[in-house]
Design a protein around this ligand. Structure first.
Ligand SMILES: *Cc1c(COP(=O)(O)O)cnc(C)c1O
Length: 349
């Protein structure tokens, strides 16, 4: 019996892609970012559902992820690799028709020497200082690189989830300065950038988190439910403590349910005495420390203890759970462990 069941709603993910596609506007292509195993939800199933919904271009972080994605999607959809063309990637990129987003002069040289004439894009750094070519560097090589006809010029926003942040305007201006007049398709917006409005959309948008029901796409349909099995229920007298370190003490006679998941499953220890589980729409607080495989929950107020309690679902999305642990929805999703039984709802196959 698995400790938890993770239900992934492929129809909700497809609906979120369609909504973000509509927001991207007419004439703008909407890709789908499925790096890190589609944010922990299973890249093969998620990407097939999105291809069915109409997505033609996918982004992964690494060439190795691209290999697995190609096996899931077959030939046709374009698979772009954000880490570009790293040493050792050449055969994978060439054999599986992956499109690297080249990040540096080194990568450009490697690509032109080892896979001449094969598709590529260029990632430009407009201020985030993480990946991509700096303005001066780009200016020096742009004429030669543009002659080789890149498929895409892209950059990434550092503060897109803060609409009023001056960095957004600054990066937009830098991107224009680096790409205006090139005639090459351009992409600047991830989920947050789509919400910033049409100035940020250019020719292609690249949503990730919004597909999976996370902020900053507040109107997203919930895409995940995580139900944890109750292993045992016990009565605890007033004054008794629960869990490692005795960090919670019962003030009244209490009923404690122990569920079969813990920090080894990505439910971080920071949720200790902080998170809420749900019996339907009734909240049940985590009491005591989250341990490796188990979490203890106060269910004193329930008439009947159900077989499972939800930690993610319609009552509490990834961002609400993340807030209890002092992190973000992205980290909650990508931390979801391999021990859960993954069940896919919706989709065609
Ligand atoms: C992860 C990533 C995305 C997707 O970002 P979300 O905020 O999840 O929509 C898009 N572009 C790049 C370069 C990324 O690294």
């Amino acid at each position: 019996m698995p400790g938890g069941t993770l239900t992934i709603d492929l129809d909700a993910i497809a609906a979120n892609w369609r909504a973000l596609d509509r927001m991207s506007g007419q004439g703008v292509q909407t890709a789908a970012v499925v790096k890190a195993d589609a944010y922990g939800l299973g890249a093969a199933r998620v990407a097939r559902a999105l291809a069915q919904a109409g997505a033609r271009r996918f982004f992964v972080a690494l060439a190795d992820e691209g290999v697995a994605l190609r096996a899931a999607l077959g030939p046709g959809p374009q698979i772009c690799v954000l880490a570009g063309h790293m040493s050792g990637d050449t055969d994978m990129l060439g054999d599986l028709d992956l499109t690297p987003m080249l990040n540096s002069l080194d990568q450009i040289t490697r690509h032109f020497e080892t896979l001449p004439g094969r598709p590529f894009g260029v990632q430009l750094d407009t201020g985030m200082n993480r990946l991509g070519m700096e303005p001066a560097e780009w200016q020096a090589v742009a004429p030669i690189v543009l002659e080789a006809r890149p498929e895409l010029l892209m950059s990434h926003l550092a503060c897109a989830d803060e609409p009023g942040h001056p960095m957004n305007d600054a990066q937009l201006a830098a991107f224009h300065a680096m790409t205006d007049g090139t005639g090459v398709p351009r992409s600047l917006a991830a989920t947050g950038g789509i919400l910033l409005g049409p100035d940020y959309h250019f020719d292609l948008t690249r949503p990730g988190i919004g597909l999976y029901g996370g902020l900053p796409f507040a109107d997203a349909a919930p895409a995940v439910r995580l139900s944890l099995s109750v292993v045992q229920t016990r009565e605890v007298a007033a004054g008794e403590t629960v869990g490692y370190g005795c960090t919670w003490t019962a003030e009244i006679p209490s009923t404690i349910a122990t569920v079969a998941a813990g920090y080894a499953d990505g439910l971080m220890r920071g949720l200790s005495n902080a998170a809420t589980l749900w019996a339907g729409d009734t909240p049940c607080p985590v009491v005591g420390r989250v341990s490796m495989d188990l979490i203890t929950v106060d269910v004193t107020h329930l008439d009947e203890v159900p077989a499972e309690l939800d930690i993610l679902g319609p009552m509490q999305g990834p961002d609400a759970l993340a807030a209890a642990a002092g992190t973000i929805g992205y980290e909650v999703l990508t931390a979801l462990g391999p021990r859960y039984r993954r069940v896919y709802a919706g989709g065609r196959a």
